[in-house]
Design a protein around this ligand. Structure first.
Ligand code: CA
Ligand code: CA
Length: 297
């Protein structure tokens, strides 16, 4: 069975009735009689809600909800499952995965969310005053890989025509030069392109899209460097990968296994060449490393 990602999350709800804390819905226990101390309970709120914070963004496949057995299963009728990245309206306005028509007393029902992306999973009863009780909420899904390159700034060793470095992080893999989405340097020794992520990340992958209409072999032998230094324009940082070749117009992903750095460089070492990149995508997580802020002595 797929891992229940709800168990690693944090929870809150619109209000509290008795001992029905929101954590009871992610305690790993489907016990559905109130006295078993494993069901949540809000006050009789207008639009009561419960929210799970998955701590990072996931593509959510399923949400399984266990309803109370000893009383009042109809209270959950009409509740909605909302999934998304926003906390506007406490997260209750995020995209809707499902409307719960009803769940029989003491049973569990699974809703398919088809990969809706989000960090927050809300259960909300809209449009009426009600108690919200959840005996268990289980969630499955995969971490969603955000392209952190899009938030960065870029520069390169030189400029040929309109091939500015920003074209490699414009979110477009279009790979024909005429589509205005590929970078281009002059034909100089050791051409390079650099992405500044603005802060330190542990980098998981770098995905590079090569040009289609011409000259894909120019990228052969290019290197991906990742690190915190700007010495040699960042081209001396540790190496993630050497690109043997990327077929024309295709994208190739390189695993960097959590290398730490703020700068991601693509450099063609040891020869005179044009450097063209149609897209560079990077995944990773913000690093906890705070060494640069430690006081001296
Ligand atoms: Ca429970
Ligand atoms: Ca592009």
């Amino acid at each position: 069975p797929e891992t229940n990602i709800a168990k690693g999350g944090k929870v809150t709800q619109s209000s509290l009735f008795g001992p029905g804390v929101p954590e009871r819905a992610i305690d790993g226990n489907r016990a559905s009689n109130w006295v078993e101390n494993s069901c949540t309970h809000t006050q009789n709120d207008q639009n009561p809600w419960w929210r799970l914070d998955l701590q990072k963004t996931y593509k959510v496949n399923t949400v399984t909800i266990t309803n109370r057995k000893d009383c009042c299963p109809e209270r959950l009728n009409g509740a909605e499952i909302r999934i998304g990245k926003s906390l506007d309206d406490n997260g209750n306005s995020n995209p809707r995965c499902a409307v719960i028509s009803s769940i029989p007393a003491g049973t569990s029902k699974t809703f398919e969310c088809k990969g809706i992306e989000g960090r927050y999973v809300n259960i909300v009863i809209p449009g009426r005053q009600e108690y919200l009780t959840l005996c268990e909420v289980e969630v499955t899904g995969q971490p969603s890989e955000t392209n952190i390159a899009r938030g960065g700034t870029v520069t390169q060793s030189s400029l040929f025509g309109p091939g500015i470095p920003e074209r490699a992080i414009d979110g477009n893999r279009a790979s024909n030069w005429g589509e205005n989405s590929c970078t281009h340097t002059q034909n100089y020794q050791n051409p390079w392109w650099r992405l500044d992520l603005q802060k330190t990340y542990t980098v998981n992958t770098v995905t590079i899209t090569n040009r289609k209409d011409c000259c894909h072999e120019r990228l052969n032998g290019a290197e991906i460097h990742i690190g915190k230094s700007l010495d040699d324009n960042g081209n001396s940082n540790p190496t993630c990968a050497v690109i043997s070749s990327i077929p024309a117009g295709t994208s190739k992903t390189f695993e960097c296994n959590g290398m730490e750095g703020r700068y991601v460089n693509i450099v063609i070492p040891g020869r005179q060449e044009y450097l063209t990149l149609c897209e560079v995508e990077v995944t990773g997580t913000e690093s906890d490393d705070s060494s640069e802020f430690e006081p001296c002595g």
